[in-house]
Write a protein that binds this ligand. Structure first.
Ligand SMILES: Nc1ncnc2c1ncn2[C@@H]1O[C@H](COP(=O)(O)OP(=O)(O)OP(=O)(O)O)[C@@H](O)[C@H]1O
Length: 334
């Protein structure tokens, strides 16, 4: 179990990481660190790896302080965005690198390399050079290399972000399966919501060096801590509502929510709002076609402007009736 206790990293007058406390392992085997560019995600990961000195705070592994343990003695596996494979060694030698360092004997190395290449779906490619691999294959090799010496923790910094969307979606599924299969605790830095939700049991939202919220993905997207976290998670609009007996009433009508009676704030994204024959009237300001044939609408409803999705695109200037989809509406916690 990795434990961060009030970890702070400063560069001169910039506080890149500000008193972050977090646990990785146990029932949160994979934790995703999600946040906008420049919020301090990479700095935190580098601090855990021992590549960045802490200004204050502690990094603990199974209760032991790592302050005096250099990077190569921490037993962590690292994977970066661009793989950073050794270009002059073949795939098998890349995967075997950590095993050589740890003085595994030849036979054990060969077996482990074969096992890892199989695990990441590259069996038979051991003799290839990195230059002969696709981007996706190279990232799989980087993952195999990091996992080979049975690390105590995996640190992944945007491991899939250099890949195109389709490949990335496929590799996300594979990466989740590999992490589950090996049971290795992992801290994954990403700015991709779908990737965070697919990989992690817990998502930590970081902003301006501070952890704003740590929660399982489902809970995070249903109950963001505040308007700032909600906005980062894609809830572009926050509306006031009143809850009674599990039903919230707001400018967009009534919607079932899991919240106590009283005032509440609802986070809405385009997918939260759909056309409903008996819904609330709104004017269409614009309709943008989506790749799947649906449309994204910009609507005006009284003083509000909001986004919605529609299967059939209405003409700009038309009036539509809209309502809310319960499971796509967030209730802000604060
Ligand atoms: N070596 C450094 N010296 C000075 N400032 C740095 C250094 N590394 C990072 N910073 C600053 O610390 C802050 C956090 O940077 P960091 O790279 O951790 O963010 P990030 O969330 O990983 O961003 P991105 O998603 O763009 O990679 C930024 O303001 C950055 O400019």
């Amino acid at each position: 179990m990795l434990g961060l206790e009030q970890v702070t990293v400063r560069y001169g007058s910039t506080t890149a990481v500000d008193e972050v406390s977090l646990e990785v392992g146990g029932d949160a085997q994979v934790v995703a660190l999600l946040g906008p560019s420049g919020c301090g995600k990479s700095t935190l990961l580098r601090a855990v790896a021992g590549l960045e000195p802490l200004t204050s705070g502690r990094v603990l592994l199974d209760g032991a302080d790592l302050a005096r343990t250099p990077t190569h003695r921490r037993g962590f596996g690292l994977v970066f965005q661009d793989g950073q494979l050794f270009p002059h060694r073949d795939v098998a030698a890349n995967v075997a690198f950590g095993l050589r360092m740890a003085r595994w004997d030849r036979r054990a190395r060969q077996d482990r390399v074969a096992e890892l290449l199989e695990l990441v779906g590259l069996a038979g490619l051991g003799a290839r050079r990195p230059g002969e691999l696709s981007g996706g294959q190279a990232q799989r090799v980087a993952l195999a290399r990091a996992l080979a010496p049975r690390p105590r923790l995996l640190l992944l910094d945007e491991p899939l972000s250099a890949l195109d969307r389709e490949l990335r979606d496929r590799l996300t599924v594979d990466l989740a399966a590999v992490l589950r299969a090996t049971g290795t605790p992992a801290l994954v830095v990403t700015h991709d919501h779908a990737e965070a939700a697919a990989l992690a049991q817990r998502v930590a939202v970081m902003d301006d060096g501070v952890l704003r919220q740590v929660a399982p993905p489902r809970e995070l997207w249903r109950r963001p801590a505040d308007a700032r976290v909600a906005a980062f998670l894609g809830f572009g609009l926050v509306v006031d509502a009143h809850v009674r007996a599990g039903v919230a009433t707001c400018a967009l009508g009534a919607v079932a929510v899991d919240a106590p009676d009283g005032p509440a704030r609802l986070g809405l994204r385009a997918e939260s709002v759909v056309l409903r024959p008996a819904g609330v009237a709104a004017d269409v300001l614009a309709a943008t076609p989506q790749p799947d044939g649906s449309s994204r609408l910009r609507l005006r409803l009284g003083a509000l402007e909001l986004d919605a999705v529609a299967d059939e695109p209405p003409a700009p200037g038309a009036q539509v009736r809209v309502g809310l989809v319960p499971r796509r509406v967030a209730v802000l916690a604060g």
